[in-house]
Design a binder for this molecule. Structure first.
Ligand code: FES
Length: 148
């Protein structure tokens, strides 16, 4: 009886010591300060840009496109004006598959189930029921940026 009580108390004491050791020796506590992601402003000089392009070297021909940060930017016409471009979300609103721009048909087509969207992102053919989000194209000289 006495021996059992002693062992019982010893067990509790050892557990307390080990728990203390575990806390004291734990060097793997994550640091509270993880570095924040660095904004990617691109080359357009607009730090809020989702996508940037240098029109001196990119998107020179009608039908060319660029994809970044979930946005697809397409040149629809000649000239370096905002209305010569369109920018919409690249993820199909049906199940998220990236859409492609079909220049000959002038629309976005999802390769997964065939949804089609206008150049402004409106649904032309389902199964998608929701338009692609449209973004604002800004141009300053040869610097193009796309913002929300
Ligand atoms: S994911 Fe685009 S039509 Fe289904």
């Amino acid at each position: 009886m006495e021996r059992k009580e002693f062992i019982s108390k010893l067990g509790i004491s050892l557990a307390a010591i080990c728990a203390g050791c575990g806390i004291a020796s734990c060097g793997s506590n994550p640091k509270a300060e993880d570095p924040a992601p660095t904004p990617t402003g691109g080359t357009g000089g607009n730090s809020n840009a989702l996508l940037s392009a240098n029109l001196d070297s990119e998107l020179k021909n009608v039908g060319e496109f660029k994809v970044s940060n979930g946005v697809i930017l397409v040149r629809l016409a000649t000239g370096n004006t905002a209305n010569a471009f369109t920018a919409v979300q690249v993820a199909c609103t049906h199940q998220g598959t990236p859409v492609n721009y079909n220049g000959s048909q002038g629309k976005f087509i999802c390769p997964n189930h065939g949804s089609q969207f206008s150049t402004t992102g409106a649904v032309l053919v389902g199964p998608a029921a929701t338009s692609l989000k449209s973004y604002t194209v800004n141009i300053s000289g040869s610097a193009l940026s796309v913002t929300a």
